[in-house]
Design a protein around this ligand. Structure first.
Ligand SMILES: NC(=O)c1ccc[n+]([C@@H]2O[C@H](COP(=O)([O-])OP(=O)(O)OC[C@H]3O[C@@H](n4cnc5c(N)ncnc54)[C@H](O)[C@@H]3O)[C@@H](O)[C@H]2O)c1
Ligand SMILES: OC[C@H](O)C(O)[C@@H](O)CO
Length: 379
C-alpha cells in the first residue's frame, strides 16, 4: 500500500482527509520516510479547535501532527548514515543552519525555522514525509516505532530539564502532570534528582504520576499562591523549598506558586505555554536570587539523549500510551484527547495495520465542556 492520505485542518473544527502526491526528495541529503505512528500534541488540538496559536494562524489548509516515527523508504545520494528500512524518530523542525542562533548551537531559536504543523507548514499526519537525514534518528533495536513517536515530547522534556541544570540529590517540583510534566519528572529522576514532586489539579493524573516517576505528589489547592506553596512544601517535606521548580502547566496559579516553592538561590524553568501575559511574583524572584530560564522545543543533543533514555530503560514512554487508532479515526482521536481521559493516543500511518484499536467513543457532553473552556495560550 502506498497511500499518502493526509489529515488536513481547513479551518477551526473542519478537518478532511485528502490523498496527496507522495513528496519528492528536495536535496541529496534528504530521506523519504513512511510515517508509522504519530502522537497528538496539545498544540495540534489547539490548532484544530481555534485555528491559531498566538501569531501562528492557519490561513490555508494545513496537515496536522508533528510527533512521529517512521521507516526510511528512499535515501538521497549524499545520505551515508541511513538506509532503506531503517526505523527512525522524526525531529519535525528544520532550522536555516546559517544564522547566529544556529551557529551558536541553539538552533531551536532560529527565526527561519520550518516546523511541522506550525502554519504555514504542513505536518506529519500523512503517509510519507521528506526530511533532512540528520533530523532523522535511527531507533535502537530495543526501541519500538510506537516509542519512537514519543521521542518528540520526551525531547521537549529533556530540553526543559537540561535548562534546570539539575545536580545529583536535588529536589525537583514539576507543576502539571500532563505528558510533558510526566516526562520532565522522569527525566529529572534520570538526571539524579532524588525527590521529584508532581503537582496537578486532577487527582487521577497524580495517581498516574506516582506510578510513573514522581516520589511525591501534591493536589494543588484553590488558595493563595503563598498558601499553596506552604502546603506543598510541607506535604513533600521540602524544608526551605525545592532546589528546582519546573512549570509544565502554563497555568497562572501554578506559575505564581512556583516562585514561592523554589528555595533561596534555586532554579525555575518555564516550560508550560499558557496565557501570554500573567501576574508574576517578581519580588520573590529578586529577593531569592532565583535563576529563571525559559525553554522552547529542543536543540542540539536533545533527541539523541531522549532516545538513549528510552533505550536504557530510564524513561518508560510506552506507559503513557493509552492506545492506537487507525488513520481514518484521527478526528475521533483528537476529540478523545480533548475530552481529557487519556494521556497519549497514537494515530497509525495510513499504510499501517492496527490490531486491537483503542475505542474512540467520546463522551460528547464532556468533550463540548472541555472544548468550550477558554485557554488563552498555546495548548
Ligand atoms: N516549551 C515548549 O517547547 C513546549 C512544548 C510542548 C508543550 N509545551 C507546553 O507544556 C505544557 C504541558 O504540555 P502537556 O502536553 O503536558 O499539556 P497538558 O494540558 O496535557 O498538561 C497540563 C497539565 O497541567 C495541569 N494543570 C492545570 N492547571 C494547573 C495548576 N494550577 N497547577 C498544577 N497543574 C495544573 C493540567 O491538569 C494538566 O494535567 C503546555 O502548556 C504546553 O503548551 C511547551
Ligand atoms: O513540541 C513542540 C511544540 O508542540 C511546538 O512548539 C508547538 O507549539 C507548535 O509550534
Amino acid at each position: 500500500m502506498t497511500s499518502n492520505l493526509s489529515f488536513i485542518l481547513n479551518k477551526p473544527n473542519d478537518v478532511t482527509f485528502e490523498e496527496r502526491p507522495i513528496p519528492k526528495l528536495k536535496s541529496p541529503h534528504d530521506v523519504l520516510v513512511a510515517v508509522n505512528y504519530t502522537g497528538i500534541c496539545g498544540s495540534d488540538v489547539h490548532y484544530w479547535l481555534h485555528g491559531a496559536i498566538g501569531h501562528f494562524v492557519v490561513k490555508d489548509p494545513m496537515v496536522l501532527g508533528h510527533e512521529s516515527a517512521g521507516t526510511v523508504v528512499e535515501v538521497g545520494s549524499e545520505v551515508k548514515t541511513l538506509k532503506k528500512g531503517d526505523r527512525i524518530a522524526l525531529e519535525p523542525g528544520y532550522p536555516c543552519r546559517r544564522c547566529g542562533d544556529c551557529l551558536s548551537g541553539r538552533y531551536n531559536l532560529c527565526h527561519e525555522m520550518v516546523f511541522a504543523a506550525t502554519p504555514p507548514y504542513d505536518g506529519t499526519l500523512t503517509g510519507f514525509w521528506v526530511a533532512p537525514f540528520d533530523f532523522c534518528y535511527k531507533l535502537p533495536e530495543n526501541v519500538s516505532l510506537q516509542e519512537g513517536a514519543l521521542i518528540e515530547p520526551l525531547a521537549v522534556a529533556v530540553h526543559i530539564t537540561k535548562q534546570a541544570r539539575i545536580q545529583p540529590g536535588n529536589s525537583v517540583v514539576v507543576m502539571g502532570a500532563g505528558p510533558v510534566g510526566l516526562l520532565c519528572a522522569a527525566v529529572a529522576k534520570a538526571f539524579g534528582a532524588t525527590k521529584v514532586v508532581s503537582v496537578d489539579i486532577v487527582q487521577s493524573k497524580l495517581d498516574f504520576a506516582k506510578s510513573f516517576a514522581a516520589t511525591h505528589t501534591y493536589l494543588s489547592q484553590r488558595v493563595s499562591p503563598e498558601e499553596n506553596a506552604k502546603q506543598l512544601i510541607a506535604a513533600a517535606d521540602l524544608g526551605a523549598g525545592a532546589d528546582v521548580v519546573i512549570d509544565a502547566s502554563g497555568a497562572e496559579p501554578s506559575i505564581q506558586a512556583s516562585l514561592h516553592v523554589v528555595r533561596m538561590g534555586g532554579t525555575y524553568v518555564q516550560g508550560g505555554m499558557g496565557k501570554a501575559d500573567i501576574n508574576f511574583p517578581i519580588m520573590a524572584l529578586c529577593l531569592k536570587e532565583v535563576t529563571a530560564r525559559g525553554s522552547f522545543r529542543y536543540g542540539s543533543g536533545d533527541y539523541k539523549l531522549a532516545i538513549e533514555l528510552v533505550a536504557a530503560g530510564k524513561v518508560d514512554v510506552k506507559a503513557l500510551v493509552n492506545g492506537i487508532v487507525p488513520f481514518k479515526n484521527a478526528e475521533e482521536a483528537f476529540k478523545k484527547v480533548k475530552e481529557g481521559e487519556v494521556i497519549k493516543i497514537l494515530i497509525a500511518g495510513p499504510n499501517e495495520k492496527v490490531e486491537g484499536a483503542l475505542d474512540t467513543h467520546v463522551d460528547e457532553a464532556k468533550f463540548q465542556a472541555e472544548a468550550a473552556k477558554k485557554d488563552g495560550g498555546c495548548c
